[in-house]
Design a protein around this ligand. Structure first.
Ligand code: ADP
Ligand code: MG
Length: 322
């Protein structure tokens, strides 16, 4: 290795994210010291990305850097938290300077956009794996939670669903896509946009929220279970991008939107009558279902029939492969 561990940290990670006055000590001591304002709760989340599992092995390093932070910020968004700090545990097969420079560029650019300071981490040698921890803040008691949905609430989702799943189908040769269509869909897979502003705007508005990372159906099942309620989804109502609709023009081709992963949109519930609050969001939100008494997730079509999708979503250790 031309660069040793400390040279690498100094060169690629010691600077580049947001500078924050509440970082008493960042990279360079045994641990970071962070000032949490009185009256705030600390919100912590971590997610690992493994090459070939969470991103295709040929993903550009700049995109990997972006995605590693974005998927974590998405968890903070789902809690209604304001992001502040991040830690980065990197396992690398080699200290490839070009790779590291691009990875750091993608990571730091997103960090700066969301005011996140990189305050520490760990660097080891091994098969490529990236673990990011993010820390954010909410006023005490104000966090959005999974468990608050009540019968009668409406279910919404931000943005559009299924683009990343269609990209994966295209990459795997399971769906024929024109080159330009695949490129557009792949951007959603490689560069998810965490819904941080929407999460903040939904504080005090949504009764429950979750981010859609493992597929809408699977994540709505978590929301239903946490709230002790049932959810009926309307698959034909799922919002789909123009690229999705070009690749899968049939109104009945909602499978990727319902069960595909890697969307990083927010799914949330509202008490009826709160719809005007959606105008304060910086992104579209679409009504996709309703909360009922009972348990589980049901999918009902416009003609009243119920459908039972075969594949609920992605889980590790379940025998399914992505
Ligand atoms: P220690 O041996 O005390 O655990 P390290 O030698 O691993 O500390 O790290 C030295 C400093 O560099 C620490 O502040 C640590 O948080 C930081 N650091 C290590 N790797 C990374 C990384 N990939 N990104 C950001 N900071 C890092
Ligand atoms: Mg130490």
């Amino acid at each position: 290795m031309a660069l040793d561990e400390f040279g690498l940290i100094e060169r690629f990670f010691a600077r580049g994210g947001a500078a924050r006055a509440d970082v008493v000590a960042g990279i360079g001591d045994d641990a970071a010291l962070l000032r949490v304002p009185a009256g705030a709760e600390l919100v912590a989340a971590t997610d690992t990305l493994v090459a070939g599992v969470h991103f295709p092995a040929d993903t550009a390093p700049e995109d990997i850097g972006h995605k590693a932070l974005a998927v974590n910020l998405s968890d903070l968004a789902a809690m209604g938290a304001e992001p502040a700090w991040a830690l980065l545990a990197l396992t690398l097969p080699e200290a490839d300077e070009e790779w590291l420079a691009a990875f750091a560029r993608g990571f730091h650019a997103l960090a700066r956009r969301f005011g996140v300071a990189l305050v520490g981490g760990d660097t080891t040698r091994g098969p490529l794996s990236i673990t990011v921890q993010v820390l954010g803040r909410v006023p005490a008691g104000a966090a959005l939670r999974r468990g608050g949905a009540r019968p009668g609430d409406r279910v919404y989702v931000t943005g559009t669903l299924g683009d990343a799943a269609l990209a994966l189908e295209g990459l795997r040769g399971e769906r024929r896509l024109a080159r330009a269509a695949l490129a557009a869909l792949r951007r959603r897979l490689d560069r998810p946009e965490p819904r941080v502003a929407a999460g903040l705007a939904l504080r005090g508005v949504a009764t429950a929220a979750i981010d859609v990372s493992d597929g809408l159906l699977a994540d709505v099942a978590h929301l239903a279970a946490a709230g002790g309620v049932a959810v009926t989804l309307w698959p034909e109502s799922l919002p789909r991008s123009p690229e999705y609709l070009r690749a899968a023009p049939s109104a009945a081709d909602w499978g990727a939107a319902l069960t595909g992963g890697d969307d990083y949109e927010l799914c949330f519930t509202l008490v009826p009558g709160m719809e005007s609050a959606l105008e304060t969001l910086d992104c579209p939100a679409t009504a996709i279902g309703v909360v009922e008494a009972g348990s589980g997730v049901h999918c009902r079509l416009g003609d009243g029939s119920e459908v039972h999708p075969a594949r609920p979503g992605y889980t590790h250790f379940s025998g399914s492969t992505r």
